[in-house]
Design a protein around this ligand. Sequence first.
Ligand code: GLC
Length: 427
Amino acid sequence: MPAEWERVAADARRVLAGNRQRGVSAWEGKRYDFVCPSPTRYPFQWFWDSAFHAIALIHVDPELAKQEIRCLMQGARPDGFIPHMLLWEKSAHDAALREYSITLAHTFYTATIQPPVVARAVLRIHEATGDDGFVREVLPPIRRFFRWLKAYRDPDDDALVAIIQPDESGLDASPKYDSLMQVGYERPEETLPQLRRSMQRLFDAYAPFRADSARIPALDVFTWEDVMVNAIYADGLRCLSKLVAVAGDAPREAFEFEARAARVRRALEEKCWDDRAGVFWDLAGWDEVPAKTLTFSSLFPMIIEDLDPSKAKRLIDEHLLNEREFWLPHPIPSVAATEPSFDPGWRTNTTWRGPTWVNVNWYLYHGLRAHGRGDVARDLAERTVRMLAKGGIREFYDPRTGEGQGARDFGWTTLVLDMIASERGTA
Ligand code: GLC
């Protein structure tokens, strides 16, 4: 392995060790032991971050990968809901509540979700370890969560799940949500304050319904069928089907989850695909208006193995590899460079409006491989390593220069370990 790859891998391992949080929480004396996204900016446990950390940890010590998931599952509620943030350490609460726009369901956890990456993470742990017992241990809350998503977040029963506020996708300030969030980009210094006001508007509208949260999507305040979330959901259902088969306790459920995965994939193809543009669009509101802002979300269904190959080909050849849109020197930008809202240098001081994120590169890297495009995947892995060698293990990067931005020593950027291992054929 070239020296640069060794250096980046060593740096990623250093971050995974340095970001570990361990202790006993004031929350019922529960013990916590997990990797946080950033000890200074994000000291808590986030749902999709932890799934990504678990995948990276497989390349350090699979036992730590299991520990990451076990800690996360302590947040699972009896009805199936799993919060997007577990705020384990009470002494860090005040600072966090001042800074983040979040709604708590409880002193120690939020009322909102994040994308269900967890099923993919557990399947990856099983593939690496063959530990059936671990699968049997963590499967019940994960299976309940996927049932919760169907019961609470698919009010129009079209197989696509809806999010009820932008950060439920994990893509907090993506410009694809601007129209519904009444946010603009013409004056970059205004974007963040506008977003904060808009989040408060959502919270106020939802407040009377929190105890009966199944009603919230029906309010149509921010009911959004997000292509990235649903691609991860479809992939997760397929992983879940395999995990249920490993656990061996409910054979019919394996077929059920597989069938549900196919339904989600079909719904994406039938409702979100735009054959003229050759991309998928999110659907906004109960009227399901296509949200035509070109972001990486529009390419995300390529992570679904059985996506129609002709669609995967168009996503890759017409858009991903398009040097005017996504194939910039340090791909993959969160927003296509052709969009007027594209903000690669972070002038709006808020996230997902242009910079490159490694969790996106990681997912699309595996999507490329699944669709027989190992050559493009390799190029993406090489460029990702180069970007980290230049910019450090940061939260996100300027896609034009590779300069690191946002938090330093950021957790999920260590997914580069999995890309390196895959390129070396050891994953
Ligand atoms: C930011 C990101 C979100 C992530 C969190 C912790 O809010 O937008 O996706 O989960 O930070 O890293």
